[in-house]
Design a protein around this ligand. Structure first.
Ligand code: NAD
Length: 335
């Protein structure tokens, strides 16, 4: 069966890493068809808007998008196109794996294999109710957590554990201080956890979690948490395993899912063939899992690991002298 996906080539290094990623996917005979759509600066230049209706329609129709990073120019309607996409498609689960890879500049070249599942639609991060007093002395922000929002993200985390054979879910919170909001999240999470007796569950306060992640990251399997804590923790985890060039992310909703690299458009290296395509390739592997092609996803991840192990055509950020496409070709060869 042919599956059509929306492909957004993006800004900065976006087109380079997308071409490299599609080269690898094409070598796998996946039966994927690509529907190219614009967003970001390139869309603003071509079509006069950052998020054209045709792009939204394409994602709505295909329900799956593979997306390169986008530039959101300051003063163009919304603060971030990515946040806007999450909002418009109710992409409530942000799923970010962090795994040790060989031959990377990492503090943990082995032993880390965890996934952060971050609630993506509520909490302090979305910036609701922001005010600043006229004298500039007092600022406020509303932090809203709902039972429904908490329940669906925690359920997503436990279902992910079951589906992928993972053994443990850690609920990360600050309910000792934020008794109402984090308290509701924790209470709801505990109730959901009782429905999954086959999955070990523990609770951890967010500040302790940060320390534990740095000292003993191997104790974590799946972390589930609210929006702002997840934002910070998932970047911390990316740092543990070698940084942005290897960090993928998925934004999953009921009606659509968008897969992307965690990093930005890297304007400092755009157009030079220096960009590491691995983060987007690993996001593509998450997409294959989502499309019920787990064995293909595993093959892709194994080919990336084998290429890193062989130090074959690696990009400069990994200490190699290859370029974006030669790295992708080395990966495709191993597939
Ligand atoms: P960035 O992630 O683009 O770059 C940070 C540093 O990491 C740079 O030195 C860059 O060269 C390097 N880097 C990033 N990706 C790399 C890769 N694949 N290979 C090798 N090196 C890589 O972050 P920034 O400079 O803060 O942001 C630049 C732009 O990206 C901004 O306009 C920002 O809004 C946008 N952005 C977009 C997204 C997205 O669309 N998902 C996410 C973050 C930032």
């Amino acid at each position: 069966m042919t599956q059509t996906i929306t492909v957004i080539r993006g800004d900065g290094i976006g087109p380079e890493i997308m071409d490299a990623t599609l080269h690898v996917l094409d070598s796998m005979n996946l039966g994927l068809q690509y529907e190219f759509a614009d967003a970001g600066l390139v869309a603003l230049e071509k079509q006069g808007e950052l998020l054209p209706a045709a792009t939204m329609d394409s994602i709505r129709k295909n329900r799956i998008a593979l997306k390169s990073p986008l530039t959101t120019p300051v003063g163009e309607g919304f603060s971030s196109i990515n946040v806007e996409l999450r909002k418009r498609f109710d992409l409530y689960a942000n799923v970010r794996p962090a795994k040790s890879f060989p031959n990377t500049k990492s503090r943990f070249p082995s032993g880390v294999d965890l996934i952060t599942v971050r609630e993506n639609t509520e909490g302090a991060y979305i910036g609701e109710g922001q005010t600043l007093s006229a004298d500039g002395e007092v600022a406020t922000l509303t932090q809203k957590i709902t039972r429904r929002g908490s329940e669906r993200i925690v359920r997503y985390a436990f279902e992910l554990a079951r589906r992928t054979g993972r053994k443990k879910v850690t609920i990360v919170h600050k309910a000792n201080i934020l008794k109402s909001t984090s308290g509701l999240f924790l209470k709801t999470a505990r109730a959901v956890a009782t429905e999954y007796p086959d999955i070990e569950c523990n609770e951890m306060i967010v500040d302790n979690t940060c320390m534990q992640l740095v000292m003993r990251p191997e104790q974590f399997d799946i972390i589930v948490t609210t929006n702002l804590f997840g934002d910070i923790i998932s970047d911390l985890c990316a740092g543990l395993v070698g940084g942005l060039g290897l960090a993928p992310g998925a934004n999953i909703g009921t009606d659509a899912a968008i897969f992307e690299a965690v990093h930005g458009t890297a304007p400092d290296i755009a157009g030079q063939g220096k960009a590491n395509p691995c983060a987007l390739l690993l996001a593509a592997a998450q997409m294959l899992d989502h499309l019920a092609m787990p064995e293909k996803a595993t093959r892709l991840r194994e080919a990336i690991i084998a290429t890193l192990e062989a130090k074959d055509s690696l990009t400069p950020d990994l200490g190699g002298s290859g370029n974006t496409m030669s790295f992708a070709k080395a990966i495709a060869t191993r597939i």
